[in-house]
Every structure is written in structure tokens, then in C-alpha cells.
Unconditional design. Structure first.
Length: 181
């Protein structure tokens, strides 16, 4: 009877101990797996954002040049532009919510860059509204006032793009670039 454990130790305590130990080990490895997956997801997100922002930066540069050209055509020929932005924010819009943690500096900077892009989008809408107003205005003072508002909107658009493009360029230098297989 010296070598044998009581029934409650061998029947209850030892199985309970190993059950708790297994659950703790499983929980620990599950947390490590989730942490590693979150890191991979964030890296993939930032790589995709780098690609998307590179395209947006190019489109914004082109739009800035176009805004200057539209301003000149408006002054010379009275041509009212209708702008259609070609930059898309699909990756950002669809994938940001899937990140578990957006509290790091790089993600916060990315969010700020996309906020600037959204601001440019709103200015483009404003330019288009002023353009429609100018097109529908009657000759004389009404037309001249609408043209002044449209000129102002185009200048603001050019200025906003000129502020946004360098900020995107700075962010692009910090983002991980996708390695080609």
C-alpha cells in the first residue's frame, strides 16, 4: 500500500492536472500562431498598400498637371472640366478592417495618407460642382462669378495635390515592398 496512490489522486487529480496543462499549452501555442498570422497579415497589407499608393501617387501627379492645364484652358477658352479621379483605394478600404491592431506608427501614417487622398477626392467633387455651375450660368456677371469660383477650386485642387504627393512619397519609402517570386 506504500507504492499505490489513493484513488482520488490517480482518478481525479492527475487527469485534471494533465487536462489543465494541455489546455494551457494549447492556448499558448494558439496565441503564438495568431500573433504570427497577424504579423504576416499586416506585412501583406502594407505591401499591398505600397503598391496601391504608388499607383495613386502617379495618378495624383498626373491630376496635378491636368488641374494646371484645366485652369489655363478655363482662362483662355472658357472650357469647364469634369474630372474623373482614376485612383482607387480598394485595398485600403477592404483590408484595413481585417487588421487586428492598427495602433502602430506605420499603419497610423497610412491612415493619414488615405485621409489626404479622401480630401483630394472631395475637392475634385467640389471642382465638378463648380464646373457644372459655370456651364449652366448665364452670360455676364453670373458667368464671371462662376468662372472665378471654378478657378479658385482648380487652384485649391492643385495646391492640395502638391501637398499630398510628397507625403505619399515619404510614406512609400517606409512601406515594405513586395518581393517578386
Amino acid at each position: 500500500m506504500h507504492g499505490q496512490l489513493p484513488w482520488w489522486v490517480s482518478g481525479l487529480i492527475i487527469p485534471a492536472f494533465f487536462t489543465v496543462l494541455g489546455a494551457a499549452v494549447g492556448f499558448f501555442f494558439g496565441q503564438v500562431k495568431d500573433w504570427l498570422q497577424a504579423r504576416r497579415n499586416k506585412k501583406a497589407f502594407l505591401e499591398a498598400i505600397c503598391t496601391e499608393l504608388s499607383l495613386i501617387k502617379t495618378e495624383l501627379e498626373d491630376a496635378g498637371k491636368a488641374a494646371d492645364g484645366f485652369l489655363l484652358r478655363l482662362q483662355v477658352a472658357g472650357h469647364a472640366p469634369q474630372l474623373v479621379p482614376h485612383w482607387g483605394t480598394t485595398v485600403f478600404n477592404t483590408q484595413l478592417g481585417k487588421l487586428g491592431n492598427v495602433a502602430d506608427d506605420l499603419t497610423a501614417e497610412t491612415i493619414q495618407a488615405y485621409a489626404l487622398i479622401g480630401r483630394v477626392d472631395r475637392i475634385v467633387e467640389f471642382v465638378n460642382e463648380n464646373s457644372r455651375e459655370y456651364t449652366g450660368a448665364r452670360a455676364g456677371n453670373e458667368k464671371a462669378e462662376a468662372q472665378d469660383r471654378l478657378k479658385s477650386a482648380l487652384m485649391v485642387l492643385g495646391e492640395e495635390i502638391a501637398k499630398t504627393v510628397p507625403k505619399i512619397g515619404t510614406l512609400l519609402k517606409k512601406l515594405p515592398v513586395r518581393k517578386k517570386p
